[in-house]
Design a binder for this molecule. Structure first.
Ligand code: HEM
Length: 185
């Protein structure tokens, strides 16, 4: 994640006018077409079915993405892992609609807090997950600043309003429950 984030420094050496000189050639090409990025989001539990509208059904990987939308996420597997460590996971979370994003849950937070205090080896995993989550948020922030300084208020080549769209996911954690309890430790 650190390497991904640091790469933005290089692109930021490009001025708005040098980017404008070839931007037309991108036509409608955009990071929006990255099936892998969307797959990563879906897999992690940040499911936004509305983003599928920006991918044409005959685009390579569309079917895979559609399938991922209905599959268990890393967070669903995380619940299973917590259960193996004695956590009580609310049944509603086990039977949730998998096409929806994972939501924060206070009962899960209480169980995580308990494990933080009682299982040092599990707390290392929680910290590593938090590192990853922070890295993803850092990437979003650096990407937005890159976009802002290079195209400002222009719309994206992929068809979104650009910066306002990207800001919707800014500072949104993946592992909500790990962030929600930090003041209680
Ligand atoms: C000057 C360089 C860049 C500009 C101006 C730019 C601009 C944008 C804009 C405006 C969007 C919103 C979608 C749209 O309407 O097109 C977007 C999305 C995206 N871009 Fe970039 N981008 C740049 C560089 C990059 C780089 C280097 C990467 C990856 C290595 C990247 C990956 C993505 C991804 C994955 C999305 C989808 C994000 C999401 O849906 O939350 N972009 N980009």
């Amino acid at each position: 994640m650190k390497t991904l984030v640091a790469q933005v420094d290089i692109l930021e050496t490009m001025t708005p006018s040098s980017f404008s000189s070839f931007r037309d050639r991108l036509e409608t090409a955009s990071g929006f077409q990255s099936i892998q990025f969307r797959e990563l989001e879906f897999l992690l539990g940040y499911k936004r079915s509305s983003t599928l509208a920006h991918v044409k059904p005959d685009f390579p990987g569309y079917d895979r993405l559609q399938r991922r939308l209905g599959e268990s996420t890393v967070i669903d597997h995380f619940y299973d892992f917590l259960a193996t460590r004695g956590a009580q996971i609310p049944p509603a979370l086990k039977n949730r609609d998998l096409s929806q994003p994972n939501e924060p849950n206070e009962e899960v937070q209480r169980e995580i807090l308990r494990l933080y205090k009682s299982s040092p080896e599990v707390s290392i995993l929680f910290e590593l997950m938090t590192d990853f989550d922070e890295g993803l948020q850092e990437w979003r922030y650096r990407h937005i600043k890159l976009v802002e300084r290079t195209i400002g208020a222009k719309r994206g080549t992929g068809g979104s309003p650009g910066v306002p769209f990207l800001k919707q996911s800014l500072f949104k954690p993946i592992f909500h429950d790990l962030w929600a309890i930090r003041h209680q430790m």
